[in-house]
Design a protein around this ligand. Structure first.
Ligand code: CMC
Length: 392
Protein backbone atom coordinates (compact mmCIF):
# COMPACT_ATOMS: atom_id res chain seq x y z
CA UNK A 1 0.00 0.00 0.00
CA UNK A 2 1.31 3.46 -0.83
CA UNK A 3 3.82 2.02 -3.31
CA UNK A 4 3.19 2.24 -7.04
CA UNK A 5 5.21 1.15 -10.01
CA UNK A 6 6.04 4.23 -12.08
CA UNK A 7 5.97 3.41 -15.80
CA UNK A 8 5.32 6.49 -17.97
CA UNK A 9 4.12 5.48 -21.41
CA UNK A 10 3.38 1.96 -20.03
CA UNK A 11 6.52 0.61 -21.67
CA UNK A 12 6.75 -2.35 -19.28
CA UNK A 13 3.25 -2.68 -17.85
CA UNK A 14 0.75 -5.34 -18.96
CA UNK A 15 -2.71 -3.84 -18.50
CA UNK A 16 -4.69 -7.03 -19.08
CA UNK A 17 -4.66 -10.66 -20.17
CA UNK A 18 -5.75 -11.27 -23.74
CA UNK A 19 -6.05 -14.21 -26.15
CA UNK A 20 -6.54 -12.11 -29.28
CA UNK A 21 -3.21 -10.90 -30.64
CA UNK A 22 0.41 -11.83 -30.01
CA UNK A 23 3.35 -9.57 -30.87
CA UNK A 24 7.06 -10.29 -30.54
CA UNK A 25 8.55 -6.93 -31.42
CA UNK A 26 12.17 -8.14 -31.42
CA UNK A 27 11.47 -10.92 -33.89
CA UNK A 28 8.93 -8.93 -35.95
CA UNK A 29 6.08 -11.40 -35.24
CA UNK A 30 2.38 -10.50 -35.26
CA UNK A 31 -0.27 -13.22 -34.90
CA UNK A 32 -4.03 -13.07 -34.50
CA UNK A 33 -5.42 -16.01 -32.52
CA UNK A 34 -2.25 -17.94 -33.44
CA UNK A 35 -2.26 -17.16 -37.18
CA UNK A 36 0.67 -15.06 -38.52
CA UNK A 37 -0.39 -11.81 -40.16
CA UNK A 38 1.47 -12.77 -43.35
CA UNK A 39 -0.66 -15.95 -43.65
CA UNK A 40 -3.89 -14.07 -43.05
CA UNK A 41 -2.91 -11.41 -45.60
CA UNK A 42 -2.16 -14.09 -48.18
CA UNK A 43 -4.94 -16.61 -47.58
CA UNK A 44 -7.73 -14.79 -45.79
CA UNK A 45 -9.65 -11.56 -46.22
CA UNK A 46 -10.75 -8.76 -43.93
CA UNK A 47 -14.17 -10.17 -43.05
CA UNK A 48 -12.80 -13.62 -42.25
CA UNK A 49 -10.14 -11.99 -40.06
CA UNK A 50 -12.91 -10.00 -38.32
CA UNK A 51 -14.69 -13.28 -37.54
CA UNK A 52 -11.44 -14.78 -36.25
CA UNK A 53 -10.72 -11.82 -33.99
CA UNK A 54 -14.26 -11.73 -32.60
CA UNK A 55 -14.91 -15.46 -32.22
CA UNK A 56 -11.44 -16.90 -31.71
CA UNK A 57 -11.64 -19.43 -34.58
CA UNK A 58 -11.67 -19.27 -38.37
CA UNK A 59 -15.23 -19.67 -39.67
CA UNK A 60 -16.43 -22.72 -41.60
CA UNK A 61 -17.63 -21.96 -45.14
CA UNK A 62 -21.23 -21.72 -43.87
CA UNK A 63 -20.26 -19.52 -40.91
CA UNK A 64 -18.29 -17.24 -43.23
CA UNK A 65 -21.27 -16.80 -45.56
CA UNK A 66 -23.58 -16.14 -42.62
CA UNK A 67 -21.19 -13.55 -41.12
CA UNK A 68 -20.74 -11.85 -44.49
CA UNK A 69 -24.54 -11.70 -44.85
CA UNK A 70 -24.97 -10.17 -41.38
CA UNK A 71 -22.31 -7.51 -41.94
CA UNK A 72 -23.60 -6.70 -45.42
CA UNK A 73 -27.15 -6.25 -44.11
CA UNK A 74 -26.06 -3.84 -41.38
CA UNK A 75 -24.18 -1.41 -43.64
CA UNK A 76 -26.94 1.22 -43.95
CA UNK A 77 -27.21 3.99 -41.38
CA UNK A 78 -30.37 5.72 -40.16
CA UNK A 79 -31.36 8.67 -42.37
CA UNK A 80 -31.14 10.92 -39.29
CA UNK A 81 -27.41 10.16 -39.19
CA UNK A 82 -27.14 11.51 -42.74
CA UNK A 83 -28.74 14.73 -41.45
CA UNK A 84 -26.11 14.98 -38.67
CA UNK A 85 -23.46 15.58 -41.32
CA UNK A 86 -25.18 18.80 -42.37
CA UNK A 87 -24.17 20.28 -39.01
CA UNK A 88 -20.49 19.91 -39.86
CA UNK A 89 -18.76 22.58 -41.88
CA UNK A 90 -17.72 21.26 -45.31
CA UNK A 91 -14.01 21.45 -44.44
CA UNK A 92 -14.28 19.68 -41.06
CA UNK A 93 -11.55 17.10 -40.53
CA UNK A 94 -13.14 13.68 -41.21
CA UNK A 95 -11.73 12.34 -37.92
CA UNK A 96 -13.57 15.16 -36.10
CA UNK A 97 -16.79 14.03 -37.81
CA UNK A 98 -16.09 10.36 -37.02
CA UNK A 99 -15.54 11.04 -33.27
CA UNK A 100 -18.95 12.68 -33.08
CA UNK A 101 -20.93 10.45 -35.43
CA UNK A 102 -19.74 7.11 -34.05
CA UNK A 103 -20.45 8.27 -30.48
CA UNK A 104 -23.89 9.38 -31.67
CA UNK A 105 -24.71 5.84 -32.85
CA UNK A 106 -25.37 5.07 -29.14
CA UNK A 107 -28.44 7.27 -29.47
CA UNK A 108 -29.91 4.95 -32.12
CA UNK A 109 -29.52 1.51 -30.55
CA UNK A 110 -31.12 1.61 -27.10
CA UNK A 111 -32.53 -1.83 -27.88
CA UNK A 112 -29.13 -3.49 -27.64
CA UNK A 113 -26.99 -1.57 -25.16
CA UNK A 114 -27.13 -4.03 -22.27
CA UNK A 115 -23.42 -4.83 -22.11
CA UNK A 116 -23.99 -7.83 -19.82
CA UNK A 117 -25.97 -9.52 -22.62
CA UNK A 118 -23.61 -11.36 -25.06
CA UNK A 119 -26.16 -11.08 -27.89
CA UNK A 120 -26.32 -7.31 -27.44
CA UNK A 121 -22.53 -7.14 -27.47
CA UNK A 122 -22.38 -9.13 -30.70
CA UNK A 123 -25.01 -7.10 -32.51
CA UNK A 124 -23.17 -3.89 -31.52
CA UNK A 125 -19.95 -5.41 -32.88
CA UNK A 126 -21.68 -6.29 -36.17
CA UNK A 127 -23.24 -2.85 -36.46
CA UNK A 128 -19.92 -1.12 -35.89
CA UNK A 129 -17.94 -3.27 -38.36
CA UNK A 130 -20.69 -2.87 -40.96
CA UNK A 131 -21.37 0.86 -40.59
CA UNK A 132 -17.81 2.19 -40.31
CA UNK A 133 -17.10 2.14 -44.09
CA UNK A 134 -20.48 3.77 -44.75
CA UNK A 135 -19.75 6.56 -42.25
CA UNK A 136 -16.19 6.95 -43.49
CA UNK A 137 -17.39 7.38 -47.09
CA UNK A 138 -20.11 9.81 -45.91
CA UNK A 139 -17.39 12.01 -44.35
CA UNK A 140 -15.66 12.17 -47.72
CA UNK A 141 -18.84 12.85 -49.67
CA UNK A 142 -19.76 15.61 -47.23
CA UNK A 143 -16.38 17.28 -47.76
CA UNK A 144 -16.88 17.09 -51.54
CA UNK A 145 -20.45 18.37 -51.50
CA UNK A 146 -21.53 15.19 -53.30
CA UNK A 147 -24.62 13.09 -52.49
CA UNK A 148 -24.07 10.15 -50.17
CA UNK A 149 -23.90 6.81 -51.95
CA UNK A 150 -25.88 3.98 -50.39
CA UNK A 151 -24.05 0.69 -49.78
CA UNK A 152 -24.57 -1.99 -52.42
CA UNK A 153 -25.25 -5.44 -50.99
CA UNK A 154 -23.83 -7.15 -54.08
CA UNK A 155 -20.33 -5.87 -53.36
CA UNK A 156 -17.61 -7.12 -51.01
CA UNK A 157 -16.60 -5.09 -47.94
CA UNK A 158 -13.66 -3.17 -49.44
CA UNK A 159 -15.29 -2.93 -52.87
CA UNK A 160 -18.40 -1.45 -51.27
CA UNK A 161 -16.32 1.14 -49.45
CA UNK A 162 -14.64 2.21 -52.71
CA UNK A 163 -18.05 2.35 -54.43
CA UNK A 164 -19.40 4.64 -51.67
CA UNK A 165 -16.25 6.79 -51.84
CA UNK A 166 -15.82 7.23 -55.58
CA UNK A 167 -19.19 6.42 -57.13
CA UNK A 168 -21.79 9.10 -57.80
CA UNK A 169 -25.43 8.71 -58.87
CA UNK A 170 -24.38 9.80 -62.40
CA UNK A 171 -21.25 7.70 -62.68
CA UNK A 172 -20.58 4.60 -60.61
CA UNK A 173 -17.68 2.82 -62.31
CA UNK A 174 -16.86 -0.81 -61.54
CA UNK A 175 -14.19 -1.00 -58.83
CA UNK A 176 -10.77 -2.18 -60.08
CA UNK A 177 -10.20 -5.61 -58.43
CA UNK A 178 -6.49 -4.88 -57.75
CA UNK A 179 -7.47 -1.72 -55.87
CA UNK A 180 -10.28 -3.53 -54.01
CA UNK A 181 -7.81 -6.23 -52.94
CA UNK A 182 -5.33 -3.55 -51.78
CA UNK A 183 -8.08 -1.82 -49.78
CA UNK A 184 -9.07 -5.13 -48.18
CA UNK A 185 -5.43 -5.67 -47.19
CA UNK A 186 -5.20 -2.21 -45.67
CA UNK A 187 -8.24 -3.04 -43.52
CA UNK A 188 -6.88 -6.50 -42.68
CA UNK A 189 -3.39 -5.30 -41.74
CA UNK A 190 -4.88 -2.69 -39.42
CA UNK A 191 -7.46 -5.01 -37.85
CA UNK A 192 -5.77 -5.37 -34.46
CA UNK A 193 -2.51 -4.64 -32.71
CA UNK A 194 -3.01 -5.64 -29.06
CA UNK A 195 -2.80 -2.94 -26.37
CA UNK A 196 -1.86 0.12 -28.46
CA UNK A 197 -3.01 3.57 -27.27
CA UNK A 198 -6.45 3.49 -28.90
CA UNK A 199 -7.26 -0.10 -27.91
CA UNK A 200 -6.16 0.61 -24.34
CA UNK A 201 -8.43 3.67 -24.43
CA UNK A 202 -11.37 1.55 -25.60
CA UNK A 203 -10.71 -0.93 -22.78
CA UNK A 204 -10.36 1.85 -20.20
CA UNK A 205 -13.56 3.54 -21.36
CA UNK A 206 -15.31 0.15 -21.41
CA UNK A 207 -14.11 -0.65 -17.90
CA UNK A 208 -16.49 2.01 -16.58
CA UNK A 209 -19.39 0.16 -18.21
CA UNK A 210 -19.77 2.74 -21.01
CA UNK A 211 -21.62 1.53 -24.13
CA UNK A 212 -19.58 0.17 -27.08
CA UNK A 213 -20.31 3.07 -29.45
CA UNK A 214 -19.07 5.58 -26.87
CA UNK A 215 -15.98 3.41 -26.25
CA UNK A 216 -15.15 3.18 -29.95
CA UNK A 217 -15.58 6.96 -30.27
CA UNK A 218 -12.94 7.30 -27.52
CA UNK A 219 -10.68 4.94 -29.50
CA UNK A 220 -11.16 7.04 -32.63
CA UNK A 221 -10.17 10.19 -30.72
CA UNK A 222 -6.98 8.51 -29.52
CA UNK A 223 -6.13 7.10 -32.93
CA UNK A 224 -6.25 10.60 -34.40
CA UNK A 225 -2.89 11.67 -32.89
CA UNK A 226 0.15 11.82 -35.22
CA UNK A 227 2.18 9.42 -33.05
CA UNK A 228 -0.54 6.76 -33.59
CA UNK A 229 -3.01 6.49 -36.48
CA UNK A 230 -2.41 10.05 -37.65
CA UNK A 231 1.03 8.96 -38.84
CA UNK A 232 -0.15 7.85 -42.30
CA UNK A 233 -1.54 11.34 -42.91
CA UNK A 234 1.65 12.85 -41.46
CA UNK A 235 3.73 10.74 -43.91
CA UNK A 236 2.06 12.35 -46.90
CA UNK A 237 2.25 15.86 -45.43
CA UNK A 238 5.96 15.25 -44.85
CA UNK A 239 6.50 14.00 -48.42
CA UNK A 240 4.69 17.08 -49.75
CA UNK A 241 6.82 19.31 -47.51
CA UNK A 242 10.04 17.65 -48.75
CA UNK A 243 8.72 18.37 -52.23
CA UNK A 244 11.77 17.33 -54.23
CA UNK A 245 14.32 14.51 -54.08
CA UNK A 246 17.09 17.10 -53.73
CA UNK A 247 15.71 18.14 -50.31
CA UNK A 248 15.68 14.63 -48.82
CA UNK A 249 19.18 14.78 -47.31
CA UNK A 250 18.33 17.96 -45.40
CA UNK A 251 15.22 16.32 -43.90
CA UNK A 252 17.13 13.17 -42.98
CA UNK A 253 19.72 15.38 -41.25
CA UNK A 254 16.92 17.17 -39.35
CA UNK A 255 15.51 13.81 -38.22
CA UNK A 256 18.92 12.81 -36.88
CA UNK A 257 19.55 16.13 -35.10
CA UNK A 258 18.89 15.67 -31.37
CA UNK A 259 18.04 19.37 -31.00
CA UNK A 260 15.44 19.27 -33.74
CA UNK A 261 12.05 17.78 -32.80
CA UNK A 262 11.43 16.72 -36.44
CA UNK A 263 10.95 12.96 -36.98
CA UNK A 264 10.64 11.03 -40.19
CA UNK A 265 6.97 10.12 -40.17
CA UNK A 266 6.24 6.48 -40.97
CA UNK A 267 9.49 5.27 -39.41
CA UNK A 268 9.94 3.57 -36.05
CA UNK A 269 7.58 1.70 -33.76
CA UNK A 270 7.19 1.36 -30.01
CA UNK A 271 7.01 -2.43 -30.15
CA UNK A 272 8.73 -3.52 -33.37
CA UNK A 273 12.44 -3.16 -33.03
CA UNK A 274 12.78 -5.31 -36.11
CA UNK A 275 10.89 -4.84 -39.38
CA UNK A 276 7.13 -4.37 -38.88
CA UNK A 277 5.69 -7.60 -40.42
CA UNK A 278 2.66 -5.65 -41.66
CA UNK A 279 4.97 -3.25 -43.49
CA UNK A 280 6.48 -6.14 -45.52
CA UNK A 281 3.05 -7.17 -46.81
CA UNK A 282 1.99 -3.56 -47.33
CA UNK A 283 5.14 -2.86 -49.35
CA UNK A 284 4.25 -5.71 -51.76
CA UNK A 285 0.71 -4.35 -52.15
CA UNK A 286 2.13 -0.85 -52.61
CA UNK A 287 4.27 -2.04 -55.54
CA UNK A 288 1.27 -3.88 -57.08
CA UNK A 289 -0.94 -0.79 -56.87
CA UNK A 290 1.68 1.58 -58.28
CA UNK A 291 2.29 -0.78 -61.21
CA UNK A 292 -1.46 -1.28 -61.82
CA UNK A 293 -2.01 2.49 -61.90
CA UNK A 294 1.19 3.22 -63.85
CA UNK A 295 2.40 5.53 -61.09
CA UNK A 296 5.96 4.26 -60.66
CA UNK A 297 7.26 7.67 -61.72
CA UNK A 298 4.97 9.87 -59.64
CA UNK A 299 7.27 12.54 -58.09
CA UNK A 300 5.89 12.21 -54.54
CA UNK A 301 6.09 8.45 -54.63
CA UNK A 302 9.65 8.68 -55.93
CA UNK A 303 10.55 10.77 -52.87
CA UNK A 304 8.97 8.08 -50.69
CA UNK A 305 10.97 5.29 -52.34
CA UNK A 306 14.22 7.24 -52.03
CA UNK A 307 13.54 8.06 -48.38
CA UNK A 308 12.81 4.41 -47.63
CA UNK A 309 16.11 3.43 -49.26
CA UNK A 310 18.14 6.05 -47.38
CA UNK A 311 16.60 5.18 -44.03
CA UNK A 312 17.21 1.46 -44.57
CA UNK A 313 20.88 2.12 -45.28
CA UNK A 314 21.61 4.97 -42.84
CA UNK A 315 23.59 4.13 -39.67
CA UNK A 316 21.33 6.28 -37.41
CA UNK A 317 18.13 4.50 -38.48
CA UNK A 318 19.77 1.05 -38.42
CA UNK A 319 21.20 1.59 -34.94
CA UNK A 320 17.92 2.89 -33.51
CA UNK A 321 16.00 0.16 -35.38
CA UNK A 322 13.78 2.68 -37.13
CA UNK A 323 12.26 0.74 -40.00
CA UNK A 324 9.45 1.95 -42.26
CA UNK A 325 6.20 1.06 -40.49
CA UNK A 326 2.83 0.01 -41.90
CA UNK A 327 1.66 3.62 -42.13
CA UNK A 328 4.49 4.57 -44.45
CA UNK A 329 3.27 2.18 -47.15
CA UNK A 330 -0.47 2.46 -46.48
CA UNK A 331 -0.17 6.25 -46.91
CA UNK A 332 1.51 5.81 -50.29
CA UNK A 333 -1.12 3.28 -51.47
CA UNK A 334 -4.04 5.47 -50.41
CA UNK A 335 -2.50 8.50 -52.10
CA UNK A 336 -2.13 6.46 -55.31
CA UNK A 337 -5.75 5.29 -55.14
CA UNK A 338 -6.88 8.93 -54.92
CA UNK A 339 -7.95 8.98 -51.28
CA UNK A 340 -7.33 12.42 -49.77
CA UNK A 341 -4.78 12.52 -46.95
CA UNK A 342 -7.21 13.64 -44.28
CA UNK A 343 -9.18 10.40 -44.87
CA UNK A 344 -6.20 8.12 -44.13
CA UNK A 345 -6.73 7.88 -40.39
CA UNK A 346 -10.46 7.33 -40.92
CA UNK A 347 -9.56 4.27 -42.99
CA UNK A 348 -7.21 3.06 -40.25
CA UNK A 349 -10.10 3.51 -37.77
CA UNK A 350 -12.42 1.54 -40.06
CA UNK A 351 -10.04 -1.42 -40.18
CA UNK A 352 -9.21 -1.20 -36.46
CA UNK A 353 -12.84 -1.15 -35.33
CA UNK A 354 -12.96 -4.95 -35.17
CA UNK A 355 -9.85 -5.03 -32.95
CA UNK A 356 -11.29 -2.42 -30.60
CA UNK A 357 -14.62 -4.21 -30.33
CA UNK A 358 -12.99 -7.66 -29.97
CA UNK A 359 -10.92 -6.38 -27.01
CA UNK A 360 -13.95 -4.69 -25.47
CA UNK A 361 -16.00 -7.89 -25.88
CA UNK A 362 -13.19 -10.02 -24.39
CA UNK A 363 -12.87 -7.69 -21.41
CA UNK A 364 -16.59 -7.64 -20.67
CA UNK A 365 -16.97 -11.43 -21.17
CA UNK A 366 -14.10 -12.30 -18.87
CA UNK A 367 -14.95 -9.95 -16.01
CA UNK A 368 -13.21 -6.67 -15.36
CA UNK A 369 -12.41 -3.99 -12.82
CA UNK A 370 -12.66 -0.30 -13.61
CA UNK A 371 -9.26 0.90 -14.90
CA UNK A 372 -7.91 3.35 -12.36
CA UNK A 373 -4.14 4.05 -12.58
CA UNK A 374 -2.41 5.87 -9.73
CA UNK A 375 0.21 8.63 -10.02
CA UNK A 376 3.36 9.96 -8.44
CA UNK A 377 2.30 13.25 -6.91
CA UNK A 378 4.88 15.99 -7.54
CA UNK A 379 2.88 19.04 -6.39
CA UNK A 380 3.00 21.17 -3.23
CA UNK A 381 3.02 19.81 0.30
CA UNK A 382 0.29 20.98 2.73
CA UNK A 383 -0.13 24.80 2.66
CA UNK A 384 -1.99 27.41 4.69
CA UNK A 385 -4.98 28.96 2.86
CA UNK A 386 -4.50 32.74 2.72
CA UNK A 387 -7.61 34.93 2.40
CA UNK A 388 -7.84 36.58 -1.07
CA UNK A 389 -7.39 40.15 0.28
CA UNK A 390 -4.19 39.30 2.12
CA UNK A 391 -2.53 37.50 -0.85
CA UNK A 392 0.40 39.45 -2.42
N1 CMC B 1 12.66 9.78 -36.90
C1 CMC B 1 13.83 10.09 -36.28
N2 CMC B 1 14.17 9.64 -35.07
C2 CMC B 1 13.31 8.84 -34.43
C3 CMC B 1 12.08 8.46 -35.00
C4 CMC B 1 11.77 8.94 -36.28
N3 CMC B 1 10.62 8.61 -36.89
N4 CMC B 1 11.40 7.65 -34.15
C5 CMC B 1 12.19 7.53 -33.06
N5 CMC B 1 13.34 8.25 -33.22
C6 CMC B 1 14.47 8.31 -32.29
C7 CMC B 1 14.12 9.19 -31.10
O1 CMC B 1 14.53 10.53 -31.30
C8 CMC B 1 14.88 8.51 -29.98
O2 CMC B 1 16.22 8.92 -30.08
P1 CMC B 1 17.13 9.01 -28.73
O3 CMC B 1 17.22 7.62 -28.19
O4 CMC B 1 18.44 9.52 -29.23
O5 CMC B 1 16.43 9.94 -27.79
C9 CMC B 1 14.82 7.03 -30.33
O6 CMC B 1 14.64 6.99 -31.77
C10 CMC B 1 13.69 6.27 -29.65
O7 CMC B 1 12.48 7.00 -29.87
P2 CMC B 1 11.27 7.00 -28.85
O8 CMC B 1 10.39 8.16 -29.14
O9 CMC B 1 11.78 6.85 -27.45
O10 CMC B 1 10.55 5.65 -29.26
P3 CMC B 1 9.07 5.28 -28.93
O11 CMC B 1 9.01 3.80 -28.91
O12 CMC B 1 8.57 6.01 -27.73
O13 CMC B 1 8.24 5.89 -30.19
C11 CMC B 1 7.13 6.13 -32.25
C12 CMC B 1 7.74 5.16 -31.23
C13 CMC B 1 6.36 5.31 -33.28
C14 CMC B 1 6.13 7.07 -31.55
C15 CMC B 1 8.26 6.94 -32.92
O14 CMC B 1 9.18 6.06 -33.57
C16 CMC B 1 7.75 8.00 -33.88
O15 CMC B 1 7.43 9.10 -33.43
N6 CMC B 1 7.67 7.67 -35.20
C17 CMC B 1 7.11 8.57 -36.16
C18 CMC B 1 5.60 8.53 -36.10
C19 CMC B 1 5.03 7.26 -36.69
O16 CMC B 1 5.41 6.84 -37.78
N7 CMC B 1 4.09 6.64 -35.95
C20 CMC B 1 3.37 5.45 -36.42
C21 CMC B 1 3.58 4.28 -35.56
S1 CMC B 1 2.95 2.79 -36.32
C22 CMC B 1 1.25 2.92 -36.28
C23 CMC B 1 0.62 2.86 -34.95
O17 CMC B 1 0.95 1.99 -34.14
O18 CMC B 1 -0.26 3.70 -34.70
Amino acid sequence: KGYFTYDPGFVSTASCESKITYIDGDKGVLMHRGYPIETLAEKSDYLETCYLLLHGELPSAAEYEEFKGIITHHTMVHESIARFFRGFHYDSHPMAMMCGIVGALSAFYHDSLDISNPEHRLISAHRLIAKMPTLAAMCYKHSQGQPFMYPDNNLGYAENFLHMMFGTPCDDPKVNPVIARAMDRIFLLHADHEQNASTSTVRLAGSSGANPFACIAAGIATLWGPAHGGANEAVLSMLEEIGDEKNIDAYVAKAKDKNDPFRLMGFGHRVYKNFDPRAKVMKETCDEVLTELGLENDPLLKIAKRLEQIALEDEYFIQKKLYPNVDFYSGIIMKAIGIPTDMFTVIFATGRTVGWIAHWHEMISEGFKIGRPRQLYTGSVLREFEERDSRP
